[in-house]
Design a binder for this molecule. Structure first.
Ligand code: AMP
Ligand code: MN
Ligand code: MN
Length: 318
């Protein structure tokens, strides 16, 4: 594999991933961190946003930096789980991209191949690609790497439930369980350790759940006021979009989060063939067929109307 040959040639690495990191982002970055450390490399994991509390159980999470240390001059920058370079946020501006080998490792089919080396493959999670690289490097998977990779796959497959789940996803997970990693324990930490405020906000948000497009689209939103301004991280609502997907007959669920003045973070999930990444791309975002997102500006009802209209068009075309 080109990527592993190149890794072996260098000593200093910056590893980064996308803003508002999810379990695949943090898990993949930390798996690479442990793998490169086992080879004696100098590696710094830098993320533009802080690690959501839910993923702080991942080994190494407290070593993640918010900025590239000034004295650290990397030879390689590894960008994980990002369909475009700008998804990595400000980290990219902190390195001289002309003097590094830029490695793009991702599983979004909308990926722009922005790297000097690109490993872009269809798979349930970037964590699966990281597993393949680690194997190719001849490294045996440690418990720490296993926990990180398992969490990456667990979260991006919705607990091995979504249609992106493959034999490979389950085989990698099974191998990691064979190392002594306990699936129930990880699920409790990654999926069942939310603060009670999440459910208080969910209760308020579900009051505005609406079902339209002949019962096939369900949407709801959270406004900033629902957070009560008490410093709760927006990551507390991660995954809200999945709840309406559980309604019988609903093919697409949409979740709007008020991010700034007239600025909404839109999360989209679908069942079956309905391609929500096509809708997200119309609004400058991206993602996968069944899970995508974008940022839309405008007044809430106008934003909602535009997004839902596009979704209904997509559904009627399938
Ligand atoms: P989310 O709804 O935030 O969980 O995102 C779902 C999927 O869409 C993930 O695979 C993201 O990588 C992708 N995604 C979300 N927001 C954006 C964006 N603004 N641009 C590109 N891809 C995005
Ligand atoms: Mn991600
Ligand atoms: Mn991912």
């Amino acid at each position: 594999m080109r990527i592993s040959e190149e890794i072996l040639k260098h000593q200093r690495f910056v590893v980064t991933t996308h803003v508002e990191p999810d379990g695949d982002a943090v898990g993949s970055a930390l798996a690479v961190f442990h793998a490169l450390q086992s080879l004696g490399k100098d590696v710094v994991v830098c993320l533009a946003d802080s690690v959501p509390p839910l993923y702080r159980f991942l080994p190494g999470s407290y070593e993640i930096q918010r900025k590239v240390p000034l004295e650290f001059l990397p030879e390689c920058v590894m960008v994980l789980d990002c369909s475009e370079l700008r998804r990595a946020g400000d980290i990219i501006n902190q390195v001289d991209l002309r003097s590094v080998v830029l490695m793009n490792i991702d599983h979004h089919n909308s990926n722009t191949h922005f790297g000097d080396l690109n490993l872009v493959e269809e798979s349930a999670a970037t964590g699966e690609l990281i597993y393949n690289i680690i194997k190719d490097l001849g490294i045996s998977i440690s418990q720490e790497m296993g926990i990180c990779i398992y969490t990456a796959i667990l979260t991006d497959t919705g607990g091995f439930r979504y249609r992106n789940t493959t034999r490979q996803s389950l085989q990698i997970a099974a191998e990691i369980v064979g190392l002594g990693v306990n699936p129930g324990e990880i699920a409790e930490k990654a999926c069942e350790s939310y603060p009670v405020e999440r459910f208080q906000i969910l209760g308020k948000a579900l009051q505005n759940l609406r079902v339209g497009c002949g019962g096939k689209v369900a949407d709801f939103f959270v406004s900033r006021s629902m957070f009560n301004g008490n410093g709760i991280s927006p990551s507390i609502v991660e995954g809200f979009v999945n709840y309406p997907r559980e309604i019988n007959g609903v093919l697409v669920s949409v979740f709007f989060r008020e991010k700034g003045d007239n600025e909404y973070r839109v999360s989209l999930r679908s069942k079956g063939d309905a391609d929500v990444s096509a809708v997200a791309q119309l609004f400058g975002g991206g993602g996968h067929r069944n899970a995508a997102g974008c940022l839309v500006e405008g007044n809430f009802e106008a934003v909602r109307e535009q997004v839902l209209r596009r979704i209904c068009e997509v559904i009627q075309g399938t």
